[in-house]
Design a protein around this ligand. Structure first.
Ligand SMILES: Nc1ncnc2c1ncn2[C@@H]1O[C@H](COP(=O)(O)OP(=O)(O)OP(=O)(O)O)[C@@H](O)[C@H]1O
Ligand SMILES: [Mg+2]
Length: 261
């Protein structure tokens, strides 16, 4: 690793150098979605990514989550080169090291919460035994407060509950980082805060969280905010007025809770 030293003995969970992504280009018009991203995220951080539509947030998340690969630049995940992996290698890294949460939950319909959460373990390279799969899925659902909804399918759950199932599924293989791309975009304000509170709890337990959001009110619940524009990071700051959702609720200091965002 370039510039490695004793201080870097514990590698950052994510490290990007001059990361670039260009879509299309051979026949159509090339879109330079990422134009040189440098970013380092330490274990235990809780980062919000803000930026207007089209600024490259999802493109960045998809590369970080090994769903897509960069056109140029370097990406180390957990100290390992993750920029130039094959499709199979990316699937493996995704399964072992990444938890991904989407705006639209991406749950399997007509499938119970328990089975949805068991899914990633069925693809885990180290075969997990059936009893352990079941237990770990139950534990994960308990952790997100859904221990009493194991048999419910997505259409029998509220939006917030569906997102909790998706978070449990993202956690079940104990990822190095949780990537959440507008996870509260389809939720009302109250449920949004519930989900933010859950992220804060998970982060407190040591989980590294990276959250894309359009809602500036959510930044103060995070530890750090990164702003993007035109495929570049133009601001990257620690949150100075950080609060817990619980404290904000107790003081009544909240945006229109109960209203849609
Ligand atoms: N698969 C693709 N093929 C071609 N261009 C794409 C593709 N995905 C995204 N883009 C383009 O790349 C740019 C960045 O898109 P991206 O989805 O990363 O933005 P975003 O910041 O997530 O926006 P939003 O806030 O609307 O979700 C946009 O100009 C978009 O049109
Ligand atoms: Mg997006």
């Amino acid at each position: 690793m370039k510039g490695a030293s004793a201080a870097e003995a514990i590698p950052a969970v994510v490290r990007l150098e001059d990361l670039q992504k260009t879509y299309g280009g051979q026949k159509g018009v090339a879109v330079r979605a990422l134009r040189g991203i440098d970013l380092e995220i330490a274990a235990g951080d809780f980062v919000a990514i803000m930026g207007s539509s089209g600024s490259g947030k999802s493109t960045l998340m998809n590369i970080l989550g090994c769903l897509d690969r960069p056109t140029a630049g370097r990406y180390w995940l957990d100290g390992t080169d993750a920029a130039n992996l094959s499709r199979e290698e990316r699937a493996d890294v995704r399964n072992r090291k990444i938890g991904f949460v989407f705006q639209n939950f991406h749950l399997l319909p007509r499938t119970s919460a328990l089975e949805n959460v068991e899914m990633p373990m069925l693809y885990h390279p180290q075969k997990v035994r059936a009893r352990e799969i079941d237990q770990r899925a139950r534990d994960a659902l308990g952790r997100v407060g859904l221990g009493d909804r194991l048999d419910h399918s997505p259409n029998q759950l509220s939006g917030g509950q569906q997102q909790r199932v998706a978070i449990a599924r993202a956690l079940v293989n104990e990822p190095r980082i949780l990537l959440a791309d507008e996870p509260t975009g389809n939720l009302d304000s109250r449920t949004t805060l519930d989900i933010m509170e859950l992220f804060q709890e998970l982060n407190k337990e040591g989980l590294t969280v990276l959250l894309v959001t359009h809602e500036p009110e959510l930044c103060r619940f995070c530890k750090r905010v990164v702003w993007m524009r035109d495929g570049r990071i133009y601001r990257d700051e620690a949150v100075s007025d950080r609060v817990t959702v619980a404290a904000a609720r107790a003081s009544g200091d909240l945006f229109n809770e109960g209203e849609g965002p």
